[in-house]
Design a protein around this ligand. Structure first.
Ligand code: ATP
Ligand code: MG
Length: 395
């Protein structure tokens, strides 16, 4: 993904822009606008840059029309036009949705300021529009499940959710699908005003903006749909309602993490139907391992195992009668993450401070970090510069 694309910018100005950004800028000739898909096609190919600079080779009235198109069809990109800034031009430019006018003779400071403002505007629009066209393809629905109770589903789900929320990889919501006596709120030391049954009724069920007002915010930035306090209210929620709730949330949030109740209830199946990443948790004992195997087989029969699946063995004591090789043979697949038994976990459950928010470097946190890393996009190498991250030249 690149931050800046230039189109029809003369080499002189392109060189100055490159100097400001600290490297060569992806640049296309004005003729690229006449090929298939026009400017919008080029923006897609360039990975939706934050800023596109239309140079002097693009006639001003054409640049305005293009800016207008980008404003409607690709609002996450800001358009900068190279032209001598005159008041009358400014007015027309603003009406067309142009972010900045850049003088053809602009020096480094002027270029920096214009690009920074344009990039900031694009970022703000991206934040305000989490579902830009096509942006849902990288949205993830992470479902944490197990065939056996008390094996660490809630521990894993809350830590993953907090870790995703803090990673900066995108907005995250955690849904407690344990509709009776769900303990996500307690594991995060929260006392939410609303719970899941409130989110599937009335205006919240049809309007995403109203739905968002029913979510509780955790200090990590994570949003939470808590389980019901009352078993009766929880029972009244249907699997269809759960499915509709998850459909809305996965449009609105980059990550939806779902904590489930033991086994395959209708509610859990509704989540599994939408799951992109399945996290199956079990314990290192015969019932746990056999249960995991049966659950995998059943999900395969139902066609519900997503491409990305993560097998987690939790609460492992050193030694024990089963060896790791025994476990993998019985499960019929390699284990992805093994979390040891450690007193830091119950103490975190009881205080409501997730392990991943604690500074302690206990072995369970390290395992949870490894699981989290499996869900995060491969990080691009960091760079310091105008935009603080690496850009890849288009050509
Ligand atoms: N690795 C571990 N070491 C020590 N204790 C653990 C570990 N993992 C979980 N626990 C403890 O086990 C208990 C059950 O964990 P958790 O609530 O996460 O399981 P669960 O699968 O969600 O349970 P339920 O089926 O009741 O929803 C908690 O008290 C937790 O602190
Ligand atoms: Mg639980």
């Amino acid at each position: 993904v690149s931050d800046v694309l230039t189109v029809g910018v003369d080499t002189d100005l392109a060189g100055r822009v490159g100097e400001v950004l600290g490297e060569d800028v992806a640049g296309l000739p004005a003729t690229a606008l006449d090929t298939d898909g026009g400017l919008l096609g080029r923006l897609r190919e360039a990975g939706s840059p934050l800023v596109v600079v239309l140079g002097a080779e693009v006639p001003v009235d054409r640049a305005f029309r293009l800016a207008d198109e980008v404003d409607t069809a690709a609002p996450g990109t800001s358009v900068v036009i190279v032209a001598h800034p005159r008041p009358d031009l400014w007015l027309a430019a603003m009406r067309a949705g142009v972010r900045e006018l850049l003088s053809p003779t602009a020096g480094p400071e002027e270029i920096t300021a214009a690009l920074q403002r344009a990039a900031a505007a694009a970022r703000a629009r991206r934040d305000a529009l989490p579902v830009a066209a096509g942006a849902t393809s990288d949205h993830r629905v992470v479902v944490v499940a197990s065939s056996k109770g008390g094996v660490g589903k809630t521990t894993v789900a809350t830590n993953l959710a907090v870790g995703l929320a803090r990673s900066g990889a995108g907005s995250t919501v955690l849904v407690d699908l344990v509709l009776q006596f769900g303990d996500v709120a307690s594991a995060l030391a929260m006392t939410p005003e609303f719970t899941l049954p409130d989110t599937v009724r009335g205006a919240a069920s049809s309007d995403p903006l109203v739905l968002k007002t029913f979510l509780a915010r955790h200090a990590s930035g994570l949003l939470v749909v808590a389980g019901s306090e009352s078993p009766a209210a929880g029972d009244a929620v249907s699997a269809e309602q759960v499915g509709a709730l998850l459909d809305t949330l996965r449009q609105e949030f980059r990550h939806v993490v779902v904590d489930t109740s033991t086994g395959l209830s209708d509610h859990t199946l509704a989540a599994l139907e939408r799951c992109t990443d399945l996290v199956l948790v079990t314990s290192k004992d015969v019932p746990g391992v056999r249960g995991l195997r049966k659950e995998l087989d059943l999900l395969a029969e139902l066609g519900l195992v997503p491409a990305t699946r993560h097998l987690v063995l939790n609460g492992v004591d050193p030694g024990g009668s089963l060896s790791m090789a025994d476990v993998e043979t019985a499960v019929g697949a390699p284990l992805d993450v093994v979390l040891p038994r450690h007193p830091a976990v119950p103490s975190s459950t009881n205080t409501g401070v997730p392990l991943l928010l604690d500074t302690g470097r206990d072995p369970v946190s390290r395992g949870l970090e490894a699981l989290l890393a499996r869900l995060l996009p491969v990080p691009e190498p960091r760079r310091s510069g105008l935009f603080g991250r690496r850009r890849v030249a288009v050509r």
